[in-house]
Design a protein around this ligand. Sequence first.
Ligand code: AKG
Length: 257
Amino acid sequence: MDDELVERFLEDGFVRIEGAFPPRVAEDCARLLWRETGYDPEDPGTWTEPVVRVGGMAQGPFAAAANSPVLHEAFDLLVGAGRWEPRYSLGTFPLRFPHETEPDDTGWHIEGSYLPEGGAHYFTNLRSKDRALLMLFLFSEVTEADAPTRVRVGSHLDVPPVLAPYGEEGASFLELGPLVDAASAARPVAYVTGRPGDVYLCHPFLVHAAQPHRGSRPRFMAQPPLCPAAPYVLERPDGDYSAVEFAIRRGLARESV
Ligand SMILES: O=C(O)CCC(=O)C(=O)O
């Protein structure tokens, strides 16, 4: 099972952990998130914006969601034991509401991970500085009708050659967006669907995009990073690469498939 999870992650760039945290915890989180929106869950007339972005949330249920034994085990498998930082808050939350208005944040991209000194936008570099994983936590039932995040399957392998020329300095997610979009355009698309309590663990370079919500049920999700305890290393004399590092090397054709 562990080998299968790692293989799927290497190939697809993500794995879905079903029931990664209890549905009761997801319900508690959703209740706290509704409170942040100021909207009435029972009255769609109050859902005035297509997207409400909620920042960090550190109440107990969010810390519980991020620290289940099954998630910790998966972090060890994908990032390496002792190489990630536990997190006790979650965020940000792009909460999507059924709406006629087109949201302005549906482009294909990878996440920015760190703010360079004096910079205005988040950057990413080939070592994925400051981001061990991209994680997608579901707090509502998400079907294809509920504006699931779109992901390009295997696109994490297209991104290392795009990042390599930028070296250690990296580039902003704004600059990288069109480049990673073009590099991964031929990949098949999958949808981040599932039940409250499911978590998708994604390679930091997985190309993904939001979409407008034309359904009826608000979609509640968090997309926090897992932060590294030690920087990723792409040349290890002992060959002890994590799955994330191994995939970056594979994208650079330093590892055979
Ligand atoms: O809301 C979504 O489905 C994805 C949002 C996203 O990728 C982002 O805000 O960076």
